[in-house]
Design a protein around this ligand. Structure first.
Ligand code: ADP
Ligand code: ZN
Ligand code: ZN
Length: 813
């Protein structure tokens, strides 16, 4: 496929001369540059300076100067020489992006049917895409370096006794890399500056002061952000203090020494050694196999990660990437990893970081300086030249799928990246996704199971159901509040013992509907096909889809009735009810509303960890990963809606969610009082709940897979969506109908391919835009992909005013 195109030239602009014109090198080269445009092409530019693929460049594009990535070099261009514009600047200060990274980007662009430039540029932190930021990012103040004198290696080594371990480390590192910055030297040997002075006197080492620019071109693995990193280090120590509630302090202590004191359980030891074997045999031509670490909540998956990371980091230049599904989970894991690896550079990458920090962290990973990168899905696209291990924690989590722009699955890209590099990928979960589970059953992934909790005194909680039908008959339920007597009694017991309860309801606000008893009016959003949610605390009605807010009406706008009733319950209403039942209890509510302010979520979690909360009420924000030590009761208020969803993945998601929330109970409990999980339901006979009571993930997963197989649903088939959006549904539907006819007759008749009829989406309108979609399905990924590649070109040629996109492997249809 020819990816080049002539760009839209603006003839009124004379192309800018390059900043680095080299009169000696007269030869003009062609560079194909990736730019962030919707066009899936590379753009040709000429240059007379030397350019390496992977370098950042600044080029004129239409009337602007924009940042691109030199993607490949070429001898010739289809663009006429006099129309070929010149590259303005080459960012020599940054090491080129590696071929491995470019391959990853090219794969993602190809697989998800987006432009290479679009994917590549959006994978970079914002500041790197902004030339005005380059100066600050790269020409930081000068730094001090130590350089090994040529030919001095043997003599230096012989002169540093082995028993002086820190000095020896410093010497070996210098011999290995030839040059070291002062900060790195200090981390290797705290007395580095004195030791180096002696070595200078001995004639083995010279001290140099370099500004970053020249440093970069001399040796590009050098750290540029010394002071900044130090400040960050201090900040991170502060984070570490957050989790110092009594029980966790013990943990941090035991892991802070580099000798691992925890005795592994049999299952942990097995997992660690299996992965270790894969790491050791990497160089021999062993086939790539991802690992599934299927461990129940509290089974100690983190310890397996830690040991594996420790093993990988023994290699001189290795880097590891750890993915978590949610920003809120980074501080806790960060803390654990920092405590275990106090001397390693660890950086965080997620979308809520300040742009400057994100750029610094990203660069640190790109330079190979950060050895541990911990981040959310976007970090799967980070440049890590020495990547040797990828961990995807809670791999089943739908948050790994990006829902806009490049609709990628970070988990799937992680697996691709791992297989390409032949490095281990660990997919950790208590409830692996059915996709992964299917691979495990086929033997394509190696599955390691940890069925028991890691800590010897903690056992899995007892899960039981509260049958709401029976409770209702016995009049033991306060209908309006949605709280059964049995659950309230259980909470009261915990309060008496000074233990924490956690109540889970996946719906924020006060009530999902405000309705009129007299005429049946309900408060719908004018712009979405959804009800407005009553927010009592904020005194407004709010749409959870488009964000529009309005005042709460005093009377029915339709009939004037004064009795407007909130129907259903959200977290605010539960909080209100509980504060009536337990006026002396300390309540906390964690949901998207109570954590809107930056940092407030962290504050609330800290309060829970520190034991300043008796009852925690929350949405799925509280279900994931958090190691709440003192929670012994988990109550699930209403999970029934998901049982009858039209989405075939609803059961899989519900099971995972309930297992996760149940896993918050009794994590540090003693065997004489295991945690309790109480689930309120009207469908106490449902097989999903039965599997849950037995903690039977396997039974549930196998049964679900069998259903999917019989119905030919994913993972037994592969899907893509063509989605169209327009102010008028009819227009979107028309576009899809035309799109369907653009598939060839042969394709429509292909037994490997099915194109469904276009349908409006189940939630048609959001923010005044109406949406429809068409599903394309095939048991063969290759067949699906090759169809999409041809089809998308035809769709682009339609130049339709309707907005549309293709989504590969959609999670929601
Ligand atoms: P998971 O991530 O599998 O839900 P964690 O990794 O958070 O579980 O571990 C749960 C708890 O068990 C942690 O407090 C951890 O310190 C403890 N733990 C893990 N492994 C061991 C072990 N081998 N011995 C004692 N305690 C352990
Ligand atoms: Zn009315
Ligand atoms: Zn709305």
């Amino acid at each position: 496929m020819d990816r080049t195109a002539s760009h839209n030239l603006d003839t009124t602009l004379t192309s800018q001369s390059t900043n680095h014109l080299s009169p000696v090198l007269g030869r003009v080269r062609i560079v194909r540059v990736a730019l962030d445009t919707p066009l899936p092409t590379l753009f040709d530019y000429r240059t007379e300076q030397s350019v390496t693929p992977g370098q950042l460049v600044q080029v004129p594009f239409r009337r602007r100067q924009i940042v691109g990535i030199a993607w490949e070099l070429a001898q010739k261009s289809k663009v006429k020489p006099d129309r070929l514009r010149a590259i303005s600047t080459v960012l020599v200060e940054m090491p080129a992006l590696s071929e491995e990274w470019r391959n990853l980007i090219a794969f993602a662009a190809n697989y998800y049917h987006r432009g290479i430039g679009e994917v590549a540029l959006q994978a970079l932190p914002g500041h790197l895409r902004t030339p005005t930021r380059w100066a600050r990012l790269f020409s930081l103040s000068s730094i001090q370096c130590y350089r090994l004198v040529e030919g001095a290696a043997v003599s230096l080594r012989d002169n540093v006794p082995i028993r002086l371990r820190a000095q020896r480390r410093l010497a070996m590192e210098l011999i290995e890399s030839g040059v070291l910055d002062a900060q790195k030297a200090r981390t290797l040997c705290s007395k580095a500056s004195e030791v180096i002075k002696q070595w200078v006197a001995g004639g083995w080492v010279t001290i140099e002061t370099v500004t970053l620019n020249s440093a970069e071109s001399t040796f590009n693995v050098l750290n540029s952000s010394t002071n900044n990193d130090y400040a960050k280090h201090i900040a991170q120590i502060k984070v570490a203090n957050i989790y110092k509630d009594a029980s966790l302090t013990a943990d941090v202590k035991s892991t802070s020494s580099s000798s691992d004191e925890k005795t592994l359980t049999v299952c942990q030891a097995h997992a660690v050694s299996t992965i270790a074997k894969a790491i050791d045999t990497r160089l021999e031509n062993s086939p790539f196999t991802p690992f599934i670490l299927h461990g129940v909540t509290g089974s100690g998956k983190t310890e397996v990660y830690l040991r594996t990371v420790a093993k990988v980091l023994q290699e001189h230049k290795a880097q590891v990437l750890i993915l978590v599904p949610e920003i809120n989970l980074t501080p806790q894991l960060e803390c654990v990893f920092r405590a275990r690896f106090p001397r390693e550079v660890l950086v965080i990458l997620h979308s809520a970081l300040a742009e400057g920090d994100r750029a610094q962290n990203w660069l640190s990973a790109h330079r190979g300086k950060a050895r541990i990168v911990l981040g959310t899905r976007l970090s799967v696209l980070a440049s890590m030249p020495y990547l040797r291990l990828i961990i995807v924690d809670e791999e089943h989590d739908p948050s790994y799928k990006q829902q806009e722009g490049l609709r990628y699955s970070a988990r799937d890209l992680a697996i691709w990246r791992g297989s390409h590099l032949k490095v281990p990928v660990i997919l950790g979960s208590a409830t692996p996704s059915l996709d992964s589970w299917k691979h495990a059953k086929k033997g394509r992934y190696i599955c390691m199971t940890m069925p028991e909790r890691g800590s010897p005194d903690a056992v899995l909680p007892t899960v039981s159901l509260i049958d709401l039908e029976i409770e209702k008959k016995r009049q033991r339920i306060v209908v309006q509040e949605g709280l059964s007597q049995q659950l309230l009694d259980a909470v009261r017991d915990r309060l008496k013992c000074g233990e924490q309860s956690l109540l889970y309801l996946n719906r924020r606000g006060y009530a999902p509907v405000l309705a009129c008893d007299a005429c049946g009016w309900v408060n719908d959003c004018s712009r979405c096909s959804a009800h407005l949610v009553l927010h009592k605390l904020e005194r407004c009605l709010r749409c959870h889809h488009c964000g529009i807010e309005s005042r709460i009406p005093n009377t029915c706008p339709n009939c004037g009735n004064l009795d407007l009733a909130p129907l259903g319950r959200g977290t605010q209403r539960i909080e209100e009810a509980l504060s009536k039942h337990f006026p002396n209890a300390r309540l906390a509510r964690i949901d998207a509303d109570s954590t809107r302010r930056k940092g407030s979520a962290q504050g609330l979690f800290e309060k829970v960890h520190a034991g300043h909360v008796d009852i925690l009420i929350g949405t799925q924000m509280i279900t994931k990963g958090h190691d709440f030590r003192n929670v012994t009761l988990v109550g699930v208020l209403n999970a029934d809606a998901a049982l009858f969803s039209h989405d075939f993945r609803a059961a899989e998601r519900l099971f995972a969610q309930l297992m996760q929330v149940a896993g918050r109970a009794g994590r540090a409990a003693r065997a004489d009082s295991p945690g309790d999980v109480l689930i309120q339901t009207r469908y106490a006979d449902h097989p999903l709940f039965n599997a849950l009571i037995r903690h039977d993930y396997e039974g549930f997963a196998n049964q679900q897979l069998e259903e999917r197989r019989q119905a030919s649903l994913p993972p037994y088939t592969h899907q893509a969506l063509l989605r169209a959006e327009s102010k008028k549904l009819a227009q979107a539907m028309d576009f899809l109908k035309i799109a369907r006819t653009m598939a060839k007759i042969s394709e429509l008749a292909d037994p490997l391919l099915s194109l469904w009829d276009p349908v409006p989406m189940s939630m048609v309108r959001i923010s005044g835009i109406e949406r429809a979609q068409l599903v394309i399905e095939s048991p063969s990924r290759t067949a699906l992909q090759s169809f999409l590649s041809v089809w998308i070109v035809k769709l682009r040629s339609l130049r339709s005013p309707v907005r549309w996109h293709i989504e590969v492997d959609p999670l929601e249809i």
